[in-house]
Design a protein around this ligand. Structure first.
Ligand code: 9YW
Length: 417
């Protein structure tokens, strides 16, 4: 049985001082969008913990507005890549002195904070987080957009879908050279086949070292980084982030701000629809700003602009055919469908519950209730069968990656609600 009590027990065990680590065996610090999904799961079950989760993450926000991918609230000696590798220092954060990584993750924290506010109606919480959420959205536009419409990222880890086949093109373009380091995530040799390859990992580490060599200067990184990508999932969540800041601002009585963020959501939504839909593949595709070309791939990320209400009716009709390919598996929805699909390896095919949760919401927004129900039901079946695993084989349902994974436990609570 993997019911409410066991989900709560996993989250309690993974909880530290005001935040929840993704996995005790693998990721022992605070991760950005992991905390956002944890807060969603806790919004009804333990609202005080949900609010703290978001507040603690925002306490790691940089002065320029970026909310980092990792906040190293506890001693990170021996962890790779830890603060010595990122070399960010503690001067960049605005609320707390904490070491962080030098990249961000998809801005799920903004809609998650709005979700927690809707569940609790706690105006003090709203007023405490809104300035940070707005600063984060400002940062995306100021530092990460060439045109004020779509935003870009500069590391596969920042997409949350590290080894997605969509990133092979840009990663192939550069040679990381001889890389010396020890991977933390493959210490357990049984897991080696379920995690990114060394070819990928060398490039992740090389991009970290390039970032720190440029002292995380966004302007220079935009010019010099070999990986600068407009990721469709990040942009879909950016639309949701802008909509959320608009809703919170309106609720707080700031109609000027609300109007501004509503307009920005509309601008990014339209850009996604007009510029990032691939009619051959029948979904949205990311864009490589260095090579100036699209990155065609049947990644689940390409279905998630539904979250932003981005597809036109004609686009969504075409997407339904592609969606059928994702629903053709025993357990929907695989993270990737295509020639390099690998049922057991990370973001190359396994089902993940956070992307399922997002896809379910996206499909409901588009009125596709039957398909949305299927995603929810398959997620529940996986949880019943295997418990709170990190990801799952889409054909056999077998649990993969680490166990007692926080967002899997948290989202099981959301699905039980
Ligand atoms: C990293 C923590 C993170 C997730 C990502 C997943 C993996 C590696 O683990 O990334 O160091 O960020 O791809 O989505 O947030 O669970």
């Amino acid at each position: 049985m993997h019911g409410r009590e066991s989900a709560a027990a996993v989250l309690d065990a993974n909880r530290r001082d005001g935040y929840t680590i993704p996995s005790a065996t693998l990721y022992p610090f605070q991760w950005n969008w992991d905390s956002a999904f944890v807060a969603v799961g806790l919004a009804h079950a333990d609202p005080a913990a949900a609010k703290r989760e978001i507040r603690t993450l925002l306490d790691a926000r940089w002065e320029n507005g970026m909310v980092p991918q990792i906040a190293f609230w506890s001693d990170a000696a021996g962890y790779f890549p830890g603060p010595d590798e990122w070399r960010v220092g503690t001067d960049r954060t605005v609320h707390a002195d904490v070491e962080t990584s030098g990249i961000t993750q998809p801005p799920m924290v903004v809609p998650a904070a709005a979700y927690v506010y809707e569940a609790t109606g706690d105006e003090a919480f709203r007023d405490s987080v809104l300035p940070d959420l707005e600063a984060y959205c400002e940062w995306w536009l100021r530092e990460r957009s060439d045109d004020g419409e779509l935003v870009w990222v500069r590391h596969p880890w920042a997409t949350g879908m590290d080894d997605s086949p969509a990133w092979v093109g840009p990663l192939e373009r550069f040679d990381p050279g001889e890389m010396t380091y020890t991977r933390e995530d493959r210490k357990d040799s049984e897991l080696a086949e379920q995690r990114p390859t060394d070819w990928d990992y060398d490039r992740y580490v090389s991009l970290v070292r390039r970032g720190r060599d440029l002292d995380w200067d966004e302007t220079r990184l935009r010019e010099e980084s070999p990986f600068v990508v407009e990721d469709v999932l990040t942009n879909a969540l950016f639309v949701r982030a802008c909509e959320s800041v608009a809703a919170l601002s309106a609720d707080a009585g700031d109609e000027t701000s609300a109007e501004r963020w509503r307009a920005q959501a509309e601008t990014t939504r339209r850009a996604l629809s007009e510029r990032r839909f691939d009619d051959d593949l029948g979904l949205f595709v990311s864009y490589d700003l260095v090579a100036d070309e699209p990155l065609p791939a049947r990644s689940i990320a390409g279905l998630l602009p539904t979250l932003a209400g981005a597809p036109t009716d004609a686009q969504f009709a075409r997407m339904r055919e592609t969606l059928d390919e994702f629903l053709a598996y025993e357990y929907a929805a695989p993270s990737y469908v295509g020639p390099e699909m690998d049922y057991d390896r990370y973001w190359r095919g396994p089902v993940w519950l956070n992307t399922n949760w997002l896809l379910e919401r996206g499909l409901r927004r588009m009125g596709a209730e039957t398909e949305a129900d299927r995603i929810r039901d398959d997620s529940r079946r996986l949880l019943d069968r295997e418990g709170f695993r990190e990801y799952f084989n889409p054909e056999t349902g077998a649990g993969r990656g680490s166990d007692r994974f926080s967002w899997s436990a948290a989202l099981s609570l959301a699905w039980a609600a």
